[in-house]
Design a protein around this ligand. Sequence first.
Ligand SMILES: Cc1cc2nc3c(=O)[nH]c(=O)nc-3n(C[C@H](O)[C@H](O)[C@H](O)COP(=O)(O)OP(=O)(O)OC[C@H]3O[C@@H](n4cnc5c(N)ncnc54)[C@H](O)[C@@H]3O)c2cc1C
Length: 210
Amino acid sequence: MYASKYANGNSKLEQGIKVQHQISLDLYERDEQLPSELNLEPGYSGPTSVDQRGNQNFTTINAVFYSPLSRGRTHITSTDHNARPAVDPAYWSHPIDVAMHVASLQVARKLLRTPPLQSIYIKEFEPGADVESDEEVEAYLKTVAKSDNHEVGTMAMMPEALGGVVDTKFRVYGLENVRVTDASVIPMPIGSHMESTVYMLGEKVRVIHH
Ligand SMILES: Cc1cc2nc3c(=O)[nH]c(=O)nc-3n(C[C@H](O)[C@H](O)[C@H](O)COP(=O)(O)OP(=O)(O)OC[C@H]3O[C@@H](n4cnc5c(N)ncnc54)[C@H](O)[C@@H]3O)c2cc1C
């Protein structure tokens, strides 16, 4: 049902989303999918402005959710190429994503309250000790979660029969001599930050076409 809703009537893409989900779920089952990065940084990284935070020191754990099953959508809105496209990131539209992201925050919180980090733990600023249950954490995250800017997949390198846009040589299906090589061809979210993979794509296309 999810795949048909987010494929916008494109039956090939519907199959593509299903195949992608199957790959992700298989990876989860084999414990080979990295769901989240928990990065600990000195200082404050969160939604509250500096004048609202009080005169205190902070350490932040960011729960960067890496492996969403949610699939966003982009569309042209006009034949004018200067017109902005319609973009629907559809964050958290898949229920497993919500559960995974909530669990990530709960693990981060557990880390802070477990030795050795416990030795520097004084109290929790956000979401705060009173935001405890998974339901409460979910409600909190809905107000503060934001993108980590790792967008991929708008020109997915996948078989055409699965709604793909470029082949394994970066050529756009159905067009002569047009290639795309950037983050948009990465078909699924990767369990990492993006840059090194994007550089690798540039190297690959150079080797393939020169
Ligand atoms: C705020 C932010 C922080 C990030 N932090 C990290 C990080 O720490 N580590 C990491 O690995 N990744 C990070 N990323 C992700 C990473 O930057 C992107 O995934 C990566 O840059 C995507 O590469 P790209 O080549 O697909 O697109 P881009 O790097 O966006 O390159 C697209 C280029 O096309 C140009 N362009 C656009 N329109 C036109 C036009 N009409 N004509 C000519 N040129 C045009 C743009 O100016 C731009 O130079 C971050 C992204 C953001 C936004």
